[in-house]
Design a protein around this ligand. Sequence first.
Ligand code: NI
Length: 267
Amino acid sequence: MDLQAVFSRLFEDYKSLNPSVDNIHSLLKNKNEQIVNDHIAFRTYNLPKINTDVLAKAFEVRGYKEKGNYRFKEKKLTAKHYENDEISSAPKIFISQLEINELSKQNQTIINQHYQSILDDLPNPEELIFALNKWITPSFKIYEELKLESEYAAWMYVFGFRANHFTVFVNHLNQFNTLEELNDFLMQEGFELNRSGGIIKGSKAQYLKQSSTLADKVEIKFLEGKHVIPACYYEFAQRFALPNGDIFNGFIASSADKIFESTDFRK
Ligand code: NI
């Protein structure tokens, strides 16, 4: 599978789970925009056979290299980002993991049990990014327990291995010169944006501005019946040139920290 096929497969899943994805694409295509992806993000737990380094294999065999690492202390997360030096137009990859040893003993036990139940049937490391959550029907009770301590843990427990979000690279849009213009357009069209930390995270001085929709709410079949919960969101990023003239390709931890909250549960 070449890199384009990998992204197409991830995107098909992302689009089929989240109705807003197609809506945003149609809106931008109607404006004759060609969408370029800034980055694609994944989530996991820091457990040996499924951690960030394992998920990254699918990309490392296709020319990606680790370029940055991040810590989100309050959310108990660490993350790395990867870039493809051979194909400069390829999206960056952002992979985060929950440091489960920092959770309560009770939630560590829940996650370890979940992990044990999937261990025997894990795909090759290079295929893990497509694995979804095919092993279990989640329990709503467990989802709610995890959510009390970590929205991220609860999301991961239900949605598993898949693209958590794609990101429109605003620099490559023709009709929108700034992230502010794109945000205004999306809000006029009825999309709800994540306001945690302000609609725009980051600044030109930090060389990166980001915004995101609130995650689509989707119906999930739990052991106890169907419930509607937040799935994935769409992100938008505008990047700026460093003093040396190169576009900044990294991430800003304080901004990413707020972007994570796009999947938080809201009544
Ligand atoms: Ni992102």
